[in-house]
Design a binder for this molecule. Structure first.
Ligand code: GLN
Length: 509
């Protein structure tokens, strides 16, 4: 099989080809490394490629397979990992200068599970610094480019993982989603991204942006691949005190069931507050079409109202900076990575060294949020800001509860616009924050969500996303509806959306 054939395949297809002895993990892994060498100069999805490590893991996978004892269904299928997840002995920078040169002494639990399951790790993917952003333009190591149009952003913060998967550099990847960083990049790159229920996947070794919001999840080209990866990394972890001690919802079975395209008996709630003003017309048109497709497949549609969702963005931008400012205090030039001594001082104090390190090590967006968070938590303002935000957060959860009494899943466009031009919003923090209008409520309430491609917006021919949300620990529902939509649209389009990306082919030349 040729290398380009191998890189076009889904993880499920690769797993089957490996099981059938049609190819080897070394061949599959090499094909992806070759593709990275070919296109990543233009895409810049990776911060670090671990050629030797990946091939070594691939050889081990082939040996297990030859001995008749593969470690898992995905043994030998390569994967890319967002650079916010600790990988033992492999650079882990969170897209920040302050962690340059740091080699974690341990693996994140999800990475450990990948290794035990035999997935060769191709490398670490680019991201906005400490996962703050919607475009990867806040990475200290340069922007990732959207494979659909290299002048455009791939979303963020996990634009590297989404672009790697969209450009066929990796069949699947791991991302993290604090306010939308898996789902929004999925939407703007025409890929699938899922945010599991809070506590459904371990956060141990995920370098925290905001502990109460962060969640690790799959970045893939199909809903089934996302479900396979979710089941593999999900489930209880004693090393994470917020991890839920319950079996992983049956997401693979749900994805398979959904792929039949039968939506009868499913009640779909269209959230009134998550569309309309601020949403691009082509994004809305594709969204409405998708709802119609689901109705034709037997779903029942109701309109639901979640009035507090209009405060979600403001709530998030108090809670997130508060948590982030506390989390980032540990990057002081003493413990990890970078240390900068202040200029012109012979014997600088620890505090002077910390100040110089943090000044040089953090970018503008990180500093902005540290200042915001420190302010929101300061005595005298705590009740007015952080305390209030926590109350609104509770109201948002109640709105979800009321909505889920009327519908099995809630749906909306994933992001209000398609991929914007690199440079267009980077100097306008508020415009950047608005990208997460529709994704943030799920993080505040801890509920699961998925983004699947909804089609191409008429005005610019770029991909848009359809978001499905479900109650906590009902992740199977988002996979079922996501898989149904994916199957129904594939029939309509006569193929996959990604195969229509012009720039992908351009970058491959
Ligand atoms: N774009 C959002 C932010 O800047 C979400 C980030 C994320 O999910 N990590 O905070």
């Amino acid at each position: 099989m040729s290398g380009s054939d191998l890189t076009r395949r889904t993880a499920a297809e690769l797993a089957q080809a490996l099981a059938d002895g049609e190819t080897s993990s070394v061949e599959v892994t090499q094909a992806h490394l070759d593709r990275i060498a070919e296109v990543d100069g233009a895409v810049h999805a990776f911060l670090h490629v671990d050629t030797d490590g990946a091939l070594e893991q691939a050889r081990a996978a082939d040996a297990r397979r030859a001995a008749g004892s593969p470690a898992s269904a995905l043994d030998g299928v390569p994967i890319a990992v967002k650079d916010v997840l600790a990988t033992e002995g492999l650079p882990t920078t969170c897209g920040s200068r302050i962690l340059e040169g740091w080699l974690p002494p341990y693996d994140a639990t999800v990475v450990d599970r990948l290794r035990r399951a035999g997935l060769p790790i191709l490398g670490k993917t680019n991201m906005d610094e400490f996962a703050m952003g919607s475009s990867t333009e806040h990475s200290a190591y340069g922007t990732t480019h959207n494979p659909w149009d290299l002048d455009r952003i791939p979303g963020g913060s996990g634009g590297g993982s989404a672009a790697a998967v969209a450009a066929f550099e990796a069949p699947i990847a791991l991302g993290t989603d604090t306010g939308g960083s898996i789902r929004q990049p999925g939407a703007v790159t025409g890929t699938v991204g899922a945010k599991p229920t809070y506590g459904g996947v371990s956060r141990h070794g995920l370098i925290a942006l905001a502990n109460s919001l962060d969640q690790v999840g799959p970045v893939t080209r199909t809903v089934l691949d996302a479900a396979l990866l979710h089941e593999l990394v999900g489930g209880h972890d004693p090393l994470d005190s917020t991890s839920i001690d319950q079996p992983v919802p049956a997401v693979v079975a749900a994805a398979k069931e959904g792929a039949t395209g039968d939506m009868s008996g499913v009640r779909i709630g269209v959230v009134k507050e998550l569309s309309g003003e601020g949403y691009q017309s082509g994004v809305l048109a594709r969204f409405e079409e998708c709802v119609q497709v689901l109705v034709e497949a037997g779903a029942e549609v109701v309109e639901v109202s979640c009035p507090t969702f209009v405060h979600a963005l403001a709530t998030y931008y108090l809670i997130l900076p508060a948590e982030a400012s506390s989390n980032l205090a540990k990057f002081d030039g003493m413990r990890y990575g970078l240390r900068v001594y202040p200029e012109g001082i012979d014997l600088p104090s620890a505090e002077e060294t910390m100040r110089a390190t943090r000044d040089k090590g953090f970018g503008d967006e990180v500093k902005r949020r540290i200042i915001l968070g420190t302010y929101a938590l300061s005595s005298g303002y705590y009740d007015a800001y952080y305390g209030q935000a926590q109350k609104v957060r509770t109201l948002i959860s109640r709105d979800f509860e009321a909505a889920f009494a009327q519908a099995d899943v809630l749906v909306s466009p994933t992001a209000p616009t398609t991929a914007f031009k690199i440079g267009e919003k980077v100097d306008d923090p508020l415009a950047m924050y608005l990208n997460d209008l529709a994704t943030i409520p799920a993080n505040l309430a801890g509920v699961p969500g998925i983004s699947v491609p909804s089609g191409l917006a008429d005005e610019d021919g770029l991909p848009a996303g359809f978001q499905v949300l479900a109650p906590a620990m009902a992740d199977d529902r988002v996979y079922k509806v996501g898989a149904a939509l994916e199957a129904l649209l594939k029939d309509r389009w006569g193929g996959r959306l990604l195969d229509r990306a012009p720039e992908l082919n351009g970058a491959a030349r």
